[in-house]
Design a protein around this ligand. Structure first.
Ligand SMILES: [Zn+2]
Length: 564
């Protein structure tokens, strides 16, 4: 019996560690593009509030590169949205994996016809469909769309994902995509953190940037530190492939202490449910200060990230008085190129000169319990586990403004801020909203809901908030036509729409009373209608466009033009 249990233990261990690599098909998926692959983003790259869930493939700085199905399958989901993935396409493959294509300019063939049909049926640019398996089948090599820059994309590229049967994004490079890379990962900086109360590094109890000395072989040697107690480390690094200058994410980091492995993080796959824990994984405060993301090479409480594939004593190291040790960090790209950082540590117990600074305040939040806080006309509700660790918050309010701490502590779950707006005139109540103020004081509308004279928002960002009123309707300016003119040569109608206060909420356009599809590109404040959709007959066209802002102010634009 004992022996059986032991065997089982061994079996389970092998089963969970050596699970996958050999099960991943490496020649099943062709490349979705027929241009040389250059990456502007890698899998697991550290982004705002998420790990990057695919590859960003460069598209020769332009839109319209044909995208081909990398394997047989069927279109399982189509989503068109103003933000996020823009025009996105999902293909389910018979081997259980699915592939995702985002920021497309348009779909191809039967897919494009279907999307247009549904958009006209639902009278909406934003649509989402889940076609049945036999409705839009694709064969390997079929044209499925054209690359673009739609949604939250900062330049033309294809965002390409491969997801497993449980909808977990996986590193597409595991599937045999070959991207030449002989360049070493570049380490930008390394921090050391004294963790235990008695811990110090060079008599300092605060996080410290290590001085790194480049070696002739590309490796890095840290200036020797004198330390004692429990320490943790963090590293910021990027990788460049042979083609392209983009600073992409690295693949994995391994640490060891006197030759024993301590910690490993590896970007093979993760779940969308865990992706926001990136804010727990990086040194968030340092990121907000320097815009540079350091991966913490230790595992704190409330960090369930599965990309942390192994750790010994949570990745911390214990420095004993009188013992010298070596801590190493190895940074890898997907091709196995490695940059090694060696940190010599002299174990030396000494008094702390620079103590940890603890700023207290009357507003304490216990991470497990949450709390409610009143400040002026604002009430803040912080639910349990909204923050990862207990904290003192700096909160105060003057008139219509609320200081809700500073954006140096991450928030995981929504916090609710409710404002009493009973001092506003009845007629203005509908025009009031809560804005988040940027670092520079610029207001950004936050989706505000009103119940009587109470206005609420949900937010996951500390910082300054302000009650604002928007009484100005959106602006509408035609760009390539004007009232009363002939525009037979126009392929499109282009109209600029803008709302400087609360922002654009929606729009609706008709030609001779019939709804028309206008595509909204928020990055350019641009609405575009394609005359190829034209469903009208005759030469006189009456356009009517209504644009509404986030508090309900609307503008109506009407024009008549002629075509034949
Ligand atoms: Zn992407």
């Amino acid at each position: 019996m004992f022996q059986n249990l032991l065997l089982m233990g061994v079996f389970v261990c092998i089963g969970t560690t050596a699970y996958s690599q050999k099960d991943i098909p490496t020649s099943y998926f062709d490349l979705p593009l027929k241009i040389p692959i250059e990456l502007s983003g890698t899998f697991g790259e550290l982004r705002n509030n998420h790990f990057h869930s695919g590859l960003d493939i460069k598209t020769l700085q332009k839109e319209g590169i044909p995208v081909y199905a990398p394997a047989d399958g069927h279109v399982s989901r189509i989503k068109v949205s103003h933000f996020g993935y823009g025009k996105a396409l999902y293909i389910q493959h018979p081997n259980g994996y699915s592939t995702v294509y985002a920021h497309l300019r348009e779909y191809a063939g039967a897919i494009q016809d279907f999307v247009k049909k549904i958009q006209y049926q639902r009278e909406s640019y934003e649509v989402e469909m889940f076609p049945e398996a036999d409705f839009l089948p694709v064969k390997k090599g079929d044209l499925i769309g054209f690359t673009g820059n739609t949604g939250g994309s900062g330049g033309p590229h294809l965002h390409y994902e491969i997801r497993d049967a449980h909808a977990r994004p996986m590193n597409p490079l595991l599937f045999g995509i070959d991207v030449a890379d002989t360049r070493l990962p570049v380490v930008k900086s390394v921090f050391v953190y004294p963790i235990s109360d008695d811990a110090q590094v060079n008599q300092n109890a605060n996080p410290m940037r290590l001085k790194l000395i480049p070696q002739s072989d590309g490796m890095l040697l840290a200036e020797k530190i004198q330390a004692s107690g429990k320490l943790g480390f963090a590293v910021s690094a990027f990788d460049r492939q042979n083609a392209g200058h983009n600073q992409n994410g690295i693949y994995s980091v391994k640490t060891s202490f006197n030759g024993e492995k301590v910690f490993e993080v590896k970007m093979d796959k993760f779940t969308f449910a865990e992706t926001r824990y990136i804010n727990r994984f990086i040194d968030y405060k340092e990121f907000k200060n320097s815009k540079d993301r350091h991966k913490k090479l230790f595992l704190e409480e409330n960090n369930p990230l599965s990309v942390i594939t192994s750790h010994h004593q949570r990745g911390y190291v214990e420095i004993e008085d009188g013992f010298d040790s070596i801590y190493t960090i190895e940074v890898f790209d997907f091709k196995g190129n490695r940059t090694l950082i060696s940190v010599p540590i002299e174990g030396k117990k000494q008094s702390i000169v620079n103590h940890k600074e603890l700023v207290t305040s009357p507003f304490y939040v216990n991470a497990q319990e949450g709390t409610s806080i009143r400040a002026g006309k604002f009430v803040i509700y912080i639910p349990p586990k909204a923050v990862y660790e207990d904290a003192y918050l700096n909160i105060n309010s003057q008139n219509n403004e609320l200081t809700f701490h500073h954006d140096e502590i991450p928030i995981h779950y929504n916090v609710t801020i409710t404002a009493d707006i009973s001092n506003y005139e009845e007629a203005d109540l509908d025009k009031v909203y809560i804005a988040r103020l940027s670092e520079w004081g610029r207001p950004y509308y936050v989706n505000s809901t009103r119940k009587g004279d109470k206005l609420s928002i949900n937010t996951r960002t500390f910082g300054n908030y302000k009650l604002m009123a928007d009484v100005t309707p959106p602006e509408i300016v035609p760009l390539n036509f004007s009232n009363g003119r002939w525009i037979s040569n126009n392929k499109t109608l282009e109209i600029k729409i803008e709302d400087k206060d609360s922002g654009i909420k929606g729009y609706r356009a008709t030609l001779n009373g019939k709804w028309i599809l206008m595509e909204y590109e928020y990055k350019k404040n641009l609405l575009t209608f394609d005359f190829a959709d034209d469903i009208n007959e005759g030469t006189e066209y009456n356009l009517k466009l209504i644009v509404t802002d986030n508090v309900g102010n609307s503008s109506i634009f009407e024009a008549t033009f002629y075509r034949k």
